[in-house]
Ligand binder design. Structure first.
Ligand code: 1CP
Length: 361
């Protein structure tokens, strides 16, 4: 196992030398608002359920066990890069993963998602959660180091869950539609909410630091369920904590992507929270998103993930529309407007990646 001497939660220097070929990365150029040689493309949730080679290596291995095994993380992260030739890899893990080595009774149930046996509802519950240190997640450091050695000039995106989205699983005890218990805590017990959101912000920021210090070249903060709150509640109860995570990530000097679903009304704030790139979900017209995000930041997105089920010609035509719309932005990283749907045919994603990379800039 590797040593972590000097990689404390508050140490922000990048400790791993980056591959010099990363200077030519279309993904990193677009993220910084520079002109890339082609429109870069990767797919949220590209690692995992749509790939037969993923199901093969996962046979008999529970999701969280896979996420804590450096060799499996490495293999699963590389699978979509090999198959699709995408412009970035995303680290295979889960937004709730850091809570497992912290001792919480967590399971990722097949077909359901993250489930916590003891939901967090009181100040005492929050105070019982330890802070994350790099020593809790040596398998993450190891896997990132393996990956950057294998990936060479292809950047690795590290990620974490934003406080609101992680809080929703902790408070509800599992996936939710209405977030009723989460919002009841937010509105009804602001002191508990503040403590919980600070706690998760610290955990997520450290999780990102571990990944970047080991060699990740960019980060994405997933606030998938932030669209469940109004813009003013976002400003009061959500944004300050996401800002804290993005501020700590900003000290690492890598581009920061910030993404949420149903986020049309929040895109301006999601940028101002401290992102370099704002992810636009598929329901939001990209032109609208670009206007709302403004000229200071690049955008990522946003093909409707169900278009992979359309005839290839239809899918590619709609992808062309997305690329054209993206030309108005400071920078554009092509992606789906949410994660790959598990029943997606990987051959369609391969054609989509090739089309985007061959499209005239
Ligand atoms: O056994 C399995 O294969 C379980 C399915 C699965 C997978 C493959 C889960 C359970 N998580 C993951 C990996 C994962 N999760 C990745 C890495 C793969 C990649 O992107 O290539 C990432 C980035 C995530 C992030 C994640 N987990 C998010 C944010 C992204 C998004 O889609 O909005 C969220 C909300 C989760 C929670 C989660 N984990 C798993 C599921 C099924 C869910 C969603 C549950 C729900 O609907 O609330």
């Amino acid at each position: 196992m590797c040593e972590h001497a000097g990689v404390g939660a508050t140490i922000v220097s990048v400790t791993t030398a980056r591959d010099p070929r990363l200077a030519d990365s279309a993904f990193l150029k677009a993220a910084r608002g520079e002109t890339p040689q082609h429109t870069p493309v990767w797919f949220m949730r590209q690692a995992g359920r749509a790939l037969p080679e993923y199901h093969k290596v996962r046979e008999g291995v529970a999701m969280l066990d896979a996420c804590m095994d450096a060799d499996l993380i490495t293999e699963i992260t590389l699978q979509p890069v090999r198959r699709y030739g995408v412009d970035a890899a995303i680290f295979f893990s889960d937004i709730v993963l850091p809570l497992k080595p912290l001792g919480l009774d967590l399971e990722i149930k097949p077909g359901v998602g993250p489930v916590f046996a003891n939901p967090v509802r009181t100040l005492a519950d929050v105070e019982a959660i330890p802070d994350l240190t790099p020593e809790h997640v040596p398998f993450i450091t190891q896997a990132v180091q393996n990956l950057v050695a294998e990936l060479g000039g292809t950047p690795l995106i590290g990620f974490a869950g934003a406080p609101f989205t992680v809080a929703s699983y902790l408070v509800e005890g599992g996936p939710s539609k209405e977030y009723a218990k989460t919002k009841a805590l937010m509105f009804g017990a602001p002191d508990v909410w503040d403590a919980l959101m600070r706690k998760i912000a610290g955990i997520s920021a450290t999780f990102l630091e571990v990944q970047v210090n080991a060699g990740a070249s960019a980060i994405q903060l997933f606030d998938s369920w932030a669209g469940a709150v109004t813009p003013s509640d976002y400003a009061t109860y959500v944004r300050p904590y996401s800002s804290a995570v993005l501020a700590r990530a900003g000290e690492l000097g890598v581009p920061r992507i910030h993404f949420g679903v149903n986020s049309a009304m929040l895109l301006d704030q999601m940028g101002e929270a401290g992102a370099d790139v704002v992810g636009v979900d598929w329901r939001t017209p990209l032109e609208y998103g670009i206007d709302k995000i403004g000229p200071e930041r690049a955008v990522q997105g946003n093909l409707d993930p169900t278009l992979v089920f359309a005839p290839t010609g239809v899918m590619l035509q709609r992808a062309g529309d997305v690329i054209e719309a993206g030309k108005r932005a400071k920078g554009h990283i092509f992606n789906l407007g949410h994660g790959v749907i598990p029943s997606t045919n990987p051959d369609q994603l391969k054609k989509l990646a090739e089309f985007v990379q061959g499209y005239p800039v």
